[in-house]
Unconditional design. Structure first.
Length: 479
């Protein structure tokens, strides 16, 4: 069944900006989501299409053999009209498809990233925004505008708030971008968009336990579920459902509970959104390697060492020098001996050790037989150290610089220092590298052409007359 296009509620909603309902964040996000339409600059259009291509490629690369993708397929396949990307399966409703596709995008940990005071993966929003635009039979330009809007809100919010220290997951921040992008694509009034934000924030609060200790496959689903919820919140508000007032600053709102900020409008941090065109999207990190965002530089350094002839048999010790943020995120005690792919691809020592012992890093590097390899874990135990170096804390803008030094058995040493690794904001992936990544991932899908038609369909989204339906057709695999 094909859903009817979204249409405004016949009755105007109450104004959530009135009196005790006033909330500066709800008002700012809703106003930005419903700003007057304007043409996207060509450079922003290209950068947005690149992020869609990268997200679609990541979904194709999830394949069908691992437990998490198989679970996605079982969950979503109900013979509907909304394809699960790169598979023969289809969901009966857009929210299910949005969750399924976003989980596939996230599964390999190869999709883009942004680090403010809260780290997020902005492209988690893309499937939900595409589904929202598809609901209204909107052109691809509307979807791209919605995606750029979602990035702007999510990345700006990530610079302003950090819920993780109090045990709340970063996907609560990602969801703010998703609800803004979905609202932008659906086209509600500003009052309805404000209600959409309120519904999303008050009824979906994700906990950091998702990423504590032994990491499970839910890591791939957490943001997908938050963005699915954002889509449904935007749909509910567009249909006339009203949300509670002050979802951020109220006595039992997000800020007092998740940030420890006293309730009240005057206590809220400022959300500094631009007046018109989104600006932040090109600053996300598009990753060439299927591992955590702060591990891109260590991985690049280790691969350079392999290219220089460093062999595992000659290594007495490996010292990996990283900044404090990289150490805290991806080199803590739980990362020293990972036992799942979800932990291994978030482990600096594992990724570097895997490259030095196997000579490469690919999706196959996180297969069970490698993650549980006794010799690799012995190498990790006895030869690899991760050391703090505050001077390397260049942060997101420098791609989290690193220095990897190998000391050989004969006493000689060799090192590689990497700042601005490929994909970092100052060193964006070339079009050729992005396409090669897409093609490598596409070969893991069920698409007969390995995703070649999907690549062309993604690129066409930025052209006049681009349609989401053409991309969906290219992403359907035969049964």
């Amino acid at each position: 069944m094909i859903e009817e296009p979204m249409s405004p509620s016949p009755q105007p909603p109450s104004d959530p900006a009135d009196g005790d309902h006033a909330d500066p964040w709800s008002a700012a996000i809703a106003a930005y989501a419903t700003r007057p339409p304007e043409p996207m600059p060509a450079a922003l259009t290209r950068a947005t299409v690149d992020r869609v291509a990268d997200a679609v490629g990541c979904a194709l690369g999830a394949g069908a053999e691992d437990p998490a993708p198989r679970s996605v397929h079982r969950f979503a396949d109900h013979g509907g009209d909304h394809p699960v990307w790169g598979t023969p399966y289809a969901a009966a409703d857009p929210a299910t498809a949005a969750l399924a596709n976003a989980a596939l995008v996230r599964y390999l940990d190869a999709n883009d990233a942004y680090h403010g005071i809260e780290p997020i993966h902005p492209s988690d929003v893309i499937p939900a925004v595409l589904a929202a635009a598809r609901l209204g039979d909107a052109p691809a330009t509307t979807a791209l505008d919605g995606i750029a809007t979602a990035y702007e809100v999510a990345m700006t919010a990530a610079d302003a708030i950090a819920p993780t220290p109090r045990g709340f997951d970063h996907v609560n921040v990602t969801m703010l971008g998703a609800v803004a992008g979905c609202a932008r694509a659906i086209g509600p009034s500003t009052a309805q968009a404000t209600h959409a934000v309120a519904i999303a924030v008050t009824s979906h609060v994700a906990l950091r336990q998702t990423r504590t200790g032994r990491i499970s496959m839910w890591k791939a689903f957490a943001a997908a579920d938050a963005c699915r919820h954002a889509l449904e919140s935007a749909r509910l508000a567009a249909a006339g459902v009203e949300g509670p007032g002050q979802p951020f600053v109220g006595t039992a709102g997000l800020f007092p509970l998740a940030l420890g900020i006293p309730a009240g409008v005057g206590e809220a941090p400022v959300l500094r959104l631009p007046p018109t065109t989104p600006e932040r999207l090109p600053n996300s990190q598009v990753k060439p390697y299927p591992c955590g965002s702060t591990i891109q530089a260590p991985a690049h350094a280790a691969l350079r060492l392999v290219e220089r002839g460093v062999a595992a048999r000659d290594i007495a010790r490996v010292d990996i020098h990283v900044g404090p943020e990289t150490r805290s995120l991806h080199a803590g005690p739980d990362k020293l001996h990972p036992r799942t792919r979800e932990t291994a691809d978030h482990s600096v020592p594992f990724v570097v050790a895997c490259i030095l012992t196997h000579g490469e890093l690919s999706i196959a590097s996180f297969a069970d037989e490698i993650v549980h390899d006794a010799e690799l874990h012995a190498f990790l135990e006895h030869r690899v150290r991760v050391l703090d170096d505050p001077a390397l804390d260049g942060g997101h803008d420098r791609g989290f610089p690193t220095r990897v030094e190998v000391i050989r058995h004969d006493g000689s040493s060799v090192r590689e220092e990497v700042a601005d690794p490929p994909g970092a904001p100052r060193s964006p992936l070339s079009p050729e590298t992005l396409r090669r990544k897409f093609e490598d991932l596409g070969r893991r899908s069920a698409l007969a052409d390995g995703g070649a038609a999907a690549w062309e369909a993604v690129r066409a989204l930025g052209e006049p007359g681009g349609r989401i339906e053409a991309l969906e057709r290219a992403l359907r695999a035969p049964r």
